[in-house]
Design a protein around this ligand. Sequence first.
Ligand SMILES: [Fe+2]
Length: 205
Amino acid sequence: MKRFSLCVALVLLVAFLTTPVAAAAPTDTLRNLAGAYNRELNANAQFTAWALQADKEGYGEVASLFRALARAEQIHADSLQVLLKKAAAKPMVKILKPVVGSTQNNVRSAVFVENELRDVIYPRAVKQAAIDKDTTALDLLTRLKNVEATHARLLAFTSAHLTSLSGSRGRAYYVCPDCGYVSDKPDFAKCAICPAPRGKFITVS
Ligand SMILES: [Fe+2]
């Protein structure tokens, strides 16, 4: 299992770290934005593949969470693309073949990767944006770091209760279209991360 998680982590994290970007004089922050864009697109593909596997194994609720997270990662990629376009950067995108194991392993891998993003990758990018005095990138990367932390919490909860989710049906999750925050509860007034009101949220099941 540990080897499987590390394999998935390597696919996603290497995608994050090595994406080249074509721009006149790219800053480290611009490279980080390009890497994050590629990584978020790969995460979308990975979560989508894991959702299919969870459905096959009868973990309907887990499949719903993976689909909600896939949608969230696409929202992250779209936000990053806006900044990259403003900088006239053309990031190289390489979507790697998703690594799919058992749902138990997939959930653990997802927890591992999201924790790395929350604790290492995005904090490093946030620090670099501050050094580069790129306030727009700083705001977005900080937001992404905070959203990934909430994704990690949902996945950790799912991992801890996975046995009871065998045979479950799909359920609704609520995705913020502005920042990719995912709520597992329907009753709230606004996004926990950004100013988006509840009425803007997308229901994913
Ligand atoms: Fe939000």
